[in-house]
Design a protein around this ligand. Structure first.
Ligand code: PAF
Length: 289
């Protein structure tokens, strides 16, 4: 496995792979890798001739400087994990290598077709502009055939699909396929997240209640006369009733438009919860698409 830190070197390697007719899989990450990332990488290794993983804590997608400063970083440990599961190349640039000073300080503009006006987009203004800025640049540099993203960040995934399939950028990434990968959970049900590293043992035990309540709500949705509004509120109340947890939002929305829905068909519930100081997200599908 080779670690690359410059765009120039990356592009030379990509050119060589393409010249040999190799298919390329890309897994974009911000490092602090866990078994969820590993599942994406294993799939990319299986599906493609070469697997690139980017490890880059993208400053332009953080609207909160403290959150950026506290984001866990451990490239040594990440590299060991990636090597052990068969990744071929790790791209780990500095922010200065990735962006010009101007790019770093101006908001990347993009038409999200409204997908950024809800949930994470509402709570973290500019977040998705930064995500699309870095992901589109990675697609441009690596020219992958397939790129792998986890469903835990469901809204991010919807926006990336929009970028590749429907936006003014559609078609600029060749035949790129976006591969949605299921959430990986601990045995307790807690969704794996790099942010879990910031939870104390007791906070972690408290955080388990988030997924427990989401899974329970699948049963509530099947009760006679259950409505979306009532289940939504019941989830919020149940999570807020646990000491140490505070819901920022819980919204049951349509899986494609991310707009509020009054039916459980094709619906997903997306939650953000503060567990102490740590902001966690999770989601649950009420009915598969
Ligand atoms: O999901 C993440 O880790 C990040 O948002 C991503 C897609 C790597 C872009 O920085």
């Amino acid at each position: 496995m080779q670690i690359i830190t410059t765009k120039k070197e990356l592009q030379a390697i990509v050119r060589a792979c393409k010249a040999e007719g190799k298919t390329i899989g890309l897994v974009p990450t911000m490092g602090a890798l866990h078994a969820g990332h590993a599942s994406l990488v294993k799939r990319a290794v299986e599906d493609n001739n070469v697997c690139f993983v980017s490890v880059f804590v993208n400053p332009t997608q953080f609207n909160n400087k403290e959150d950026l400063a506290k984001y866990p970083r451990n490239i040594q440990r990440d590299a060991e994990l990636l090597q052990s599961i068969g990744a071929d190349f790790v791209f780990a640039p500095t922010p200065e290598e990735m962006y010009s000073a101007e790019e770093m300080n101006t908001t990347f503009s993009f038409d999200f077709n409204g997908l950024d006006q809800v949930m994470e987009g509402k709570m973290r203004p500019g977040h998705f502009n930064g995500v699309v800025q870095v992901v589109s640049r990675l697609f441009y540099l690596v020219q992958p055939d397939k790129a792998y993203f986890g469903e835990k960040d469901f809204q991010q995934l919807a926006i990336i699909h929009h970028m590749v399939e429907h936006s003014s950028m559609a078609g600029t990434f060749g035949d790129l396929q976006i591969i949605d990968c299921p959430i990986v959970r601990e045995e307790s049900g807690l969704a794996l997240s790099s942010r879990n590293e910031r939870l104390s043992e007791s906070e972690k035990a408290t955080a388990v209640n988030i997924s427990r309540i989401l899974f329970e709500s699948l049963k509530w949705a099947k009760e006679a006369a259950a409505t979306v509004d009532a289940v939504q509120q019941r989830v919020i109340d149940a999570i807020n009733a646990i000491e140490g947890l505070e819901v920022e939002y819980y919204e049951i929305v349509d899986q494609t438009t991310l707009l509020p829905t009054d039916t459980f068909r094709h619906a997903i519930g997306c939650v953000t919860v503060y567990c102490g100081p740590v902001r966690l997200i999770d989601n649950i599908k009420y009915e598969e698409a």
